[in-house]
Design a protein around this ligand. Sequence first.
Ligand code: ZN
Length: 463
Amino acid sequence: MRGSPLESALAFHEDRFPGEVAELKRLVRIPSVSADGFPEVEVARSAEAVAELLRRRGFSRVEVLAHDGAHPYVLAEHVEDPALPTVLLYAHHDVQPPGEVRAWRSPPFEPVERDGRLFGRGAADDKAAVVVHAAAVEAWLRGAGGLPVNVKLLVEGEEETGSRHLAALLRRHGAELDASALVLADAGNVDVGLPCLTVSLRGLVAVEVEIRAFEQSLHSGAFGGPVPDPAMALSKMLASLVGEDGRIAVPGLEPSFPPLATARREALGALGIGAAEFGQLARLRPGVRVFGHGHPLELCWWQPALAVNAIQASSRRAARDVINGAAWAQVEVRIVPGQDAGEVRDALVAALRRAAPWGVEVELRTLELVKPWATDLAHPAFGAAFRALERGFGRRAAAIGCGGSIGFVEPFAAAFPDTPALLVGVEDPLSNPHSENESVDLGSVRRALRAEIHLLAELADAL
Ligand SMILES: [Zn+2]
């Protein structure tokens, strides 16, 4: 092995890691918040900083794309040899707003190292991935004298605001971005140091329901008794959606997929997270139990789940002796591969209508329909990814699900339906992405970089 191009690429990065941390700090210092009301100029400055970093690291073509008013994307490539397979790498350089600035132990845009972690907004989500992609490509270019594959890199500027222009951009630049494999680096690992490949995402159906029984709220002394209470009607409707055991009880919304395959069950067992550990992660109050009708991660990743996100009739401040004229709630169902968002919405709406008592008026509105996503691990790119992760982290990699949705995955899946998508990342349960005191474990960044150097070699063989 000694002296092989792979060894040379790995050796190149070995002494340079402090430089990569400095690079990450430079990016974190730019408050590239893409949310409305934050200075757009900072997202543009961040795109320029990413472009400059990529040029310095040896990418041959680097371009900042301002597409139809979107926050700027950065597109870069290095063609080693047109005969080699091409890999498309993805990350995003925009970040979430800082949240409660006073809740941060150190200012969000002044990166600080503590206990082996780098704290700062965007350190984990997703600027570390930008640095990893750039450093892995440079390690091959300058350490081994060339890449084993051609690479393209897309660094998005609007991921945290829902990737609104991504589908159009992928349509317009599809030919330029065409690749044999996608490496989407914005996911996470279930434990520090445990490399994971995310292979499924839940989708989302959200509706709002409003109940009305009279023109305006009524004095509960003058009218209480003979007239129905809309808040109680809504409560009964919501309560009808789950059974005594907490499971969804909506007809037509039962899971329509086979029981957990042995391989998945074994993979869950190996993660070392049972009901007690999951209860700790959720910080359950004493006496509250995790539901027992499945492994908690199975329920989170591979089963649908229903939640009442908000409920309102009056408010604590305005509470008085009335029967409220109207009651409102927002209800969501996290859906899994095998379920259709439109069908789930129809079943949910029908169940709520059926459960409405006493002739109350029911108004329903769809708020969100997001498809679930799952990948088929048969493609050889997945074997390549598992081997690369294991070599980079020194630990066997796990295939995991994700209970949430990642907005950019669906546009990629639609634009490149037959291209394997490898979802990797450096977040861990301590990372607090989107919340205060976001951080990334620097050991994980280093291991992710080693894994990506391996991955480019593995993909060269597998594609
Ligand atoms: Zn992200």
